[in-house]
Design a protein around this ligand. Structure first.
Ligand SMILES: [Zn+2]
Length: 90
């Protein structure tokens, strides 16, 4: 069992590989790594390049949008959606 999780912070599919930005749960460092397109949607194990801890990451699937918007510019979008507030008071 892996004690370290690499969270995919952002990712981008290129023609040859998956470019990801990952965060190590052990050392909290952010690093980028590229994976072959074959690994799309899979859980892969590797060692953190920063602290060397073995861990695993869940690679994203390429979405339909990403297949179409291939040539779009890099845009960092912060998606922080908090809890939804429903006021049901009369
Ligand atoms: Zn690390």
């Amino acid at each position: 069992m892996a004690s370290t999780i690499f969270r995919v912070q952002s990712h981008k599919f290129s023609q040859d590989n998956i470019q990801t930005t990952l965060v190590c749960s052990r050392c909290d460092e952010v690093f980028s790594k590229e994976f072959p397109l074959d690994l799309e949607g899979q859980t892969i194990e590797f060692k953190c390049p920063v602290c060397g801890a073995p861990g695993e990451a869940d690679l994203p699937y390429k979405s339909a949008e990403e297949r179409e918007e291939f040539e779009e510019d890099f845009e960092e979008v912060d998606e922080e959606e908090g809890g939804e507030d429903f006021d049901e008071e009369y």
